[in-house]
Design a protein around this ligand. Structure first.
Ligand code: CA
Length: 492
């Protein structure tokens, strides 16, 4: 009976302890998803998916209002099936500021009404224009999609999306849309992406094909059609491809010279739309109204950019730093704005992006507490079977070696202390006269003694030897002394 009670008590105790461990792990997990809640092992972590453009302040090439112009928009309310979209016309006047359709409307929160940015008028809509929208994120993000919601069904004929990876210093083409890819952008239409050109922008005319769901929308998926997409974790090329600090959308040409054909193309593709005829009529009416004004413009209600703060798998969130700029809240012993390097002294493994297979945590060098500096050596790392490549620098406390794991010349190992102790290595202190050198055996501390000299430090004469006043022969054998005395006796 007593034994049963004891066993039950022990079990409860173990249960309580394991729960306590679980509770501690649990709270840790809640704070930091970069570590496993049970084992506390590092695991890949990524910030939440978000609309990166949301509430960012876009820079636009122009906004209507000076001089005042009339503009008409045709909201896309396909989700209200019974409602036929109506055309709304207004005056854009910069003097009437609260009602100017400015750039803030590109990234605002639309609750009920669509809010639009309307460009300044373009009097030659068939010519190359410089209308553009630029959105800066302030740091690197990994983007999944970019979508544009227009305020009319007349989407620009040709537009280019560029990305920057260096805060706007240089720009790289991300995607082109045009009814005439070759002519406008010197790119083939819908070129196939292969593994050798995964970082190349392609040109598509898909934006001209309307359907029930994209009447007013253009959507670009950054990884769509890229062959390495299914093994994204292992593709540094695609990691680069989706990375951007800024996005610039250039409306290169508002209308195609063969507009009527395209407009027709737009309309016949709406065949599945219930009120096809009415919608066609609306579109014609809008085109007619815009055309009668004598100028064109582009009107966009939303730029949405889906992506994640780029932290290379080593942070679950981005935070404001002391300079008021966003940076990753780096874990796994990593550092940098994007956790793109290892913390100092954590160079035992090369830095690598955290993946679902391996968190690739940076590991501290092992210097036995004798150094806080080390460097990575690739050859040693490969020789170790990719386990350890750290080499300690500036070993202190009289230690030496790759891991500061043995005693420096002139010092020997004192086994009374562990190797990581400050006193692990003691000075040889070889006797100046008795020893033939200053370097002792690193393990035993035995100094190199001259003939007839003994002791760890070579500080006494061996048995059968007597001390002399000579620095060269500090100890002389008694036999030799008798022999010398004999010689001396015979000659004097
Ligand atoms: Ca808006």
């Amino acid at each position: 009976m007593i034994l049963i009670v004891f066993l039950v008590f022990m079990n409860l105790n173990l249960l309580a302890k394991s729960y306590e461990k679980y509770a501690i792990s649990r709270s840790f997990e809640e704070i930091d998803p970069c570590y496993d809640s049970i084992t506390s092992q590092a695991k890949r972590c990524i910030p939440n998916f978000e609309n990166v453009a949301f509430k960012k302040i876009p820079i636009v090439s122009s906004t209507c209002g000076s001089p005042p112009i009339k503009y008409c928009i045709q909201p896309n309310n396909f989700h209200q099936k019974s409602t036929i979209p109506r055309i709304h016309c207004s005056i854009c006047d910069s003097k009437n500021e609260p009602f100017v359709p400015n750039a803030f409307h590109l990234t605002d929160l639309e609750r009920t009404n669509q809010t639009c940015w309307v460009s300044a008028p373009v009097y030659e809509p068939y010519a190359i224009s410089n209308l553009s929208i630029t959105i800066s994120f302030g740091k690197k993000y990994e983007l999944t999609y970019i979508s544009l919601e227009f305020c009319t069904q007349l989407k620009p004929d040709s537009l280019a999306i560029f990305k920057s990876m260096d805060h706007g210093k240089t720009w790289i083409p991300f995607q082109y849309y045009s009814s005439e890819c070759q002519k406008v952008y010197n790119r083939p239409l819908r070129a196939k992406v292969t593994q050798s050109n995964e970082q190349e922008a392609i040109c598509s005319d898909s934006h001209l094909i309307s359907s029930k769901y994209n009447l007013n929308r253009i959507g670009f998926s950054t990884l769509d059609g890229r062959p390495s997409f299914h093994d994204f974790d292992k593709s540094p090329v695609l990691h680069d491809w989706v990375t951007a600090t800024d996005i610039k959308i250039v409306f290169t040409r508002l209308l195609s010279p063969s507009l009527n054909k395209n407009l027709h193309h737009n309309l016949i593709n709406e065949s599945q739309y219930r009120n096809k005829n009415q919608r066609n009529k609306q579109s014609r009416e809008l085109y007619s109204q815009i055309n009668n004004l004598g100028y064109f413009y582009t009107a966009v209600s939303e730029v949405a950019i889906g992506g994640r703060c780029k932290c290379n798998g080593h942070a679950s969130r981005c935070i404001l730093n002391r300079d008021g700029k966003y940076q990753c809240d780096c874990k796994h012993n990593t550092a940098g704005i994007e956790c793109e390097r290892c913390l100092p002294f954590h160079y035992d493994r090369p830095w690598a992006r955290g993946t679902t297979r391996d968190a690739n945590e940076c590991v501290a060098c092992n210097c036995n507490n004798h150094s806080n500096q080390c460097r990575f050596n690739k050859e040693l790392y490969l020789l170790s079977g990719r386990k350890s490549g750290g080499v300690c620098i500036n070993c202190k406390h009289n230690t030496a070696g790759r891991f500061c794991h043995y005693c420096a010349q002139g010092y020997y190992r004192n086994f009374a202390y562990s190797m990581s102790d400050n006193k692990a290595c003691q000075e040889c202190s070889c006797h100046m006269i008795g020893s033939s050198g200053k370097v002792c055996n690193q393990n035993t501390g035995q100094c190199p003694c001259k003939v007839g000299v003994a002791g760890l430090k070579c500080d006494r004469c061996k048995k059968g030897f007597l001390q002399t006043n000579s620095a060269i022969i500090p100890c002389i054998g008694i036999f030799n002394l008798k022999f010398l005395n004999h010689l001396f006796f015979n000659f004097t």
